[in-house]
Design a protein around this ligand. Structure first.
Ligand code: OAD
Length: 247
């Protein structure tokens, strides 16, 4: 274990960043916090909706019991996110894509802010809040389509069955393609950044462990310690939007 708690970037990390070719970045809700998207955990708080913990309302069980309530929660979240812009952290990560020959961005966020900042080929582990999917035929719909979103008409135009948010809920499997791609890239990473995640939800929290096992240098950026902090080669305690643009 080699944890350097620091507020600036070390010479070692500067040098590794300068030389790196294969870079892997895992982001979580904290990367969008400075845009105004509430995190699920952190700061001693846990998100809730109408008194229900978020992991209950965002669960496969709730989808079966009460799809309209799940839509209400996701409609609320879309309404919040719609007015929001990417921040300096999203923009810095988007610039990194140009800089490294082999760059992978894996996000647990469903808000689409990495793409809005210009990131391409983002591996969205938990789906995207701007998409709906038919529970029966799997047809997908873009919820940025104003007409559909305004009508809140969540039925499938192909088969007439119900649509659900195209996001991964608690108790559901991750999209297989996304998981496989992320594992392959984590296994070849030289430098791995873990940004704004509480590192409590697996398999996402396992990618830095995979990267570490193959010798990658692991850097965490978070104002608070996480269960991954001890595994990291460097822990930069701070806000993503303030730290990432320093590279
Ligand atoms: P969490 O809400 O669990 O954790 C957010 C993390 O961001 C915390 O560790 C905060 O300390 C940190 N943080 C807050 N502000 C920050 C800032 N300005 N810069 C950097 N870090 C900051 O979010 P996730 O780890 O993303 O899954 O949560 C993982 C998954 O749990 C989510 O994708 C979601 C949730 O349930 C599903 O919905 C399936």
């Amino acid at each position: 274990m080699n944890v350097n708690q620091q507020t600036v970037i070390s010479d070692e990390l500067c040098e590794r960043f300068r030389r790196a070719r294969r870079v892997f970045v895992l982001t979580g809700a904290g990367v969008s916090a400075e845009s105004g998207v509430p995190t699920f955990r952190g700061g001693g708080q846990t998100a809730a909706w109408k008194g229900m913990p978020f992991d209950k309302i965002s669960s496969a069980g709730m989808l079966e019991r009460n799809l309209p309530e799940v839509w209400e929660w996701f409609n609320y979240r879309r309404d919040v996110i719609e007015k929001i812009e990417p921040n300096a952290a999203h923009h810095a990560i988007a610039r990194w894509q140009q800089r490294f020959p082999d760059f992978t961005l894996v996000t647990q966020n469903v808000d689409g802010l990495h793409e809005a900042a210009g990131s391409k080929d983002v591996i969205e582990l938990h789906g995207n809040i701007w998409r709906a999917r038919c529970i029966s035929c799997g047809a997908k719909y873009n919820l940025r389509d104003k007409e559909r979103a305004a009508a809140r008409d969540f039925t499938c135009a192909e088969c007439g069955n119900y649509l659900r948010p195209d996001v991964v809920l608690f108790g559901e499997m991750l999209p297989v393609g996304a998981l496989d791609r992320a594992v392959v890239k984590a296994k070849s990473a030289e430098l791995c950044f873990v940004v704004g995640t509480s590192a409590l939800v697996y398999p996402a929290a396992g990618f830095p462990e995979i990267a570490k096992a193959v010798g990658a240098y692991i850097v965490e950026i978070n104002p608070e310690p996480t269960p991954l902090s001890d595994l990291c080669d460097e822990v930069i305690q701070g806000k993503a939007g303030e730290i990432l643009p320093l590279f």
